[in-house]
Ligand binder design. Structure first.
Ligand code: HEM
Length: 300
């Protein structure tokens, strides 16, 4: 396992010192602004010729910086892909989306699965020493269930739209299956006792998602809600995909930490997930390209 199935383009600048940045999103479920602050949109990042990557990184990395960056960037890219999914499913409700939109849904669900893998490349001990305590300090019951943009995605991943019943065995059903398996796998890998923070605190904190919890969740992942145009939304996503490709080219999917690698998915893992190992960049880049195509249909 070596290259990520990508052609090796011209060498790019290393990821901007792996510095997480703020993600600006419109309110969950709310419209895009007509005029956002299109400061990136004038020169959108180029997704052609993204570099390939080694599965196993060749050089030791600065673990705290790298895995904090990946945890934030992987989540922010997921939020953006969820938003694209929401744009499509909310527009159609129980009417089936077009074939092109279904292709985009498949690509976004696979892109989200790739981000589950990317975020969880953190060694387990590091996750328990640094990332998890930080989330628990934000709130003791901190949970993905509080993600504001996730609601319509949950419906899709649970097959709740009438038109999904006709698509069993289809590319979308397969992508949803891959996504469930990937989330279950990374959760088991990072937290072998199986208990999320939410489950650990059940009975201690009052359950239920509130606007405050949604804000705490956004805030942890450096996500700010304000008017954002579709062009600015896409430009931020493209920029992150370019940075992600650069990080992987530099550090490998499974970086070297303390003299060894810490693979999450291996050649012995569920065959359904294995292609993800080499396809992280191609999966998010494909979703991002299709998201741009959907724009006019969404805004029509
Ligand atoms: C890598 C990044 C991760 C992302 C983006 C993510 C995302 C999510 C989302 C969106 C939900 C809500 C699902 C729903 O309501 O249907 C969720 C729930 C859940 N996740 Fe994750 N997850 C991640 C990592 C983990 C890890 C490491 C664990 C290990 C325990 C885990 C365990 C759970 C559990 C048990 C739930 C059910 C609700 C809860 O108890 O919090 N997830 N996750």
């Amino acid at each position: 396992m070596t290259r990520g199935g990508l052609r090796t383009g011209p060498r790019r600048e290393p990821a901007r010192a792996l510095q997480p940045r703020l993600l600006f999103l419109p309110p969950a479920g709310g419209p895009y602004a007509e005029d956002g602050r299109d400061r990136f949109a004038a020169r959108p990042a180029d997704l052609d010729g993204l570099p390939g990557y080694q599965v196993f990184g060749a050089r030791p990395v600065e673990a705290r910086r790298l895995f904090w960056y990946r945890w934030i960037a992987g989540h922010q890219i997921s939020f953006s892909l969820w938003r694209v999914i929401s744009d499509i499913v909310l527009r159609h409700g129980d009417d089936a989306p077009s074939e092109r939109e279904i292709d985009t849904l498949v690509a976004c669900v696979d892109g989200y699965s790739a981000m589950l893998l990317y975020s969880s490349t953190v060694p387990r001990e590091h996750y328990h020493a640094h990332l998890r305590p930080r989330m628990a300090l934000q709130h003791p019951a901190f949970s993905g269930a509080w993600a504001p943009d996730y609601r319509p995605v949950r419906l899709l991943l649970r097959g709740r739209f009438g038109w999904q019943a006709d698509r069993s065995g289809s590319a979308l059903a397969d992508a949803v299956d891959r996504n469930h398996r990937t989330h279950d796998h990374i959760a088991d890998h990072l937290v072998p006792d199986g208990k999320s923070l939410l489950q650990k605190t059940a009975g201690v904190t009052k359950a239920g998602v509130t606007p405050d919890k949604e804000d705490l969740y956004d805030n942890f992942f450096l996500t700010i809600r304000r008017p954002v145009s579709h062009a600015e939304f896409l430009a931020q996503l493209r920029e992150r995909v370019v940075e992600l490709a650069s990080d992987l080219a530099e550090n490998g999917l499974f970086p070297e930490v303390d003299g060894r690698h810490h693979p999450v998915v291996t050649s012995r893992s569920d065959p359904v997930m294995r292609p993800l190992i080499t396809d992280v960049v191609t999966a998010v880049a494909r979703a991002t390209r299709l998201a741009a195509d959907v724009r006019e249909e969404v805004r029509a």
